[in-house]
Write a protein that binds this ligand. Structure first.
Ligand SMILES: C[S@@+](CC[C@H](N)C(=O)[O-])C[C@H]1O[C@@H](n2cnc3c(N)ncnc32)[C@H](O)[C@@H]1O
Length: 266
């Protein structure tokens, strides 16, 4: 394993415990039946009952199991062993059937077989991927003819801003190499006693679209949203239930985007 994967995997192993205990992930209410999926993906993915679904970069499985509660036959994939171990234990504790596979997205063809009606991935996944063209090919490979791919992700424009939302601090366009950060705490609990390095990759919206279309998928829509569904920046404020923005800006910013793409029928 290279230093990027090794460092990031160890980071996510460390974050899993912090996240499982965090208010942001609110595991207790999830165990009591709360659906962790946001209205955005619920509406834009649509009915999943009886459909086979592959969830890429599923973390510790709350969303995976939420799709399963809605009737999907779902497989979650993540390269963090701690996250997958927790996902499996939640699946058995809550008696929600789902498969979980501990592997790198880039090694997926060596680890699982078959094709799926829906491939889903969400919120905070792309910055960890060094090669979006290869990622697009993997998505294409695992989709059934006529199947759909759906992503909802933080917008790369808003990701350029620092915590205050006042300064452009981070790159939009890919910089060629990984960007190394010294992480303290976690987005889910900034006060957690935790220090680790991370390696992340910048991407523009065009890189995502091009990766998917080059792989052979047809884009059904690209939506951009003037709010975030996640309150994981210290200075954002809630403007409507579950919608967060930087307050006091003259114009709206794009905080998230979603893409739905399909694979042609055979
Ligand atoms: C922010 S989480 C996204 C999941 C979901 N939105 C959530 O917050 O629960 C990102 C996930 O990507 C996983 N990840 C990062 N790089 C990966 C890779 N190359 N292969 C598989 N999983 C990866 C991490 O382990 C982490 O669980």
């Amino acid at each position: 394993m290279d230093k990027y994967s090794e460092t990031n995997r160890s980071l996510w192993n460390g974050w899993t415990k912090i996240h499982a205990e965090s208010e942001l992930y609110d595991l207790d209410s999830f165990k009591n039946g709360r659906c962790s999926l946001r209205s955005t993906e619920l509406e834009e993915v649509g009915d999943v009952d009886g459909k086979s679904m592959l969830h890429l970069q599923c973390h510790f499985g709350q969303d995976t199991l939420s799709w399963a509660r809605r009737g999907a036959e779902v497989t979650g994939v993540d390269f963090s062993k701690d996250a997958i171990d927790l996902a499996k234990s939640l699946s058995s504790e809550l008696e929600i059937p789902a498969e979980f596979v501990n592997c790198d997205v880039y090694k997926l063809t060596e680890n699982i077989k078959g094709q799926y009606d829906i491939i889903f991935t969400s919120y905070g996944v792309l910055p960890w991927l060094r090669d979006l063209n290869r990622w697009g090919e993997i998505v294409y490979h695992f989709l059934k003819p006529g199947g759909i791919f759906y992503i909802v992700e933080f917008h790369p424009f808003a990701s350029m801003l620092d915590e205050s939302g006042e300064n452009f601090e981070f790159p939009y366009f890919p910089t060629g190499d990984a960007i190394k950060w010294a992480v303290e705490g976690s987005y889910a609990n900034p006060d957690a006693e935790f220090k680790h390095d991370s390696y992340e990759w910048a991407f523009g919206l065009g890189d995502v679209i091009t990766a998917l279309t080059n792989a052979g998928l047809r884009i059904e829509f690209l939506h951009e949203f003037p709010y975030s569904n996640w309150n994981c920046r210290p200075y954002t404020k809630e403007i409507a239930p579950g919608r967060y923005v930087y307050p006091g800006l003259k114009h709206e910013l794009p905080y998230m985007f979603s893409i739905r793409a399909s694979k042609e029928q055979a």
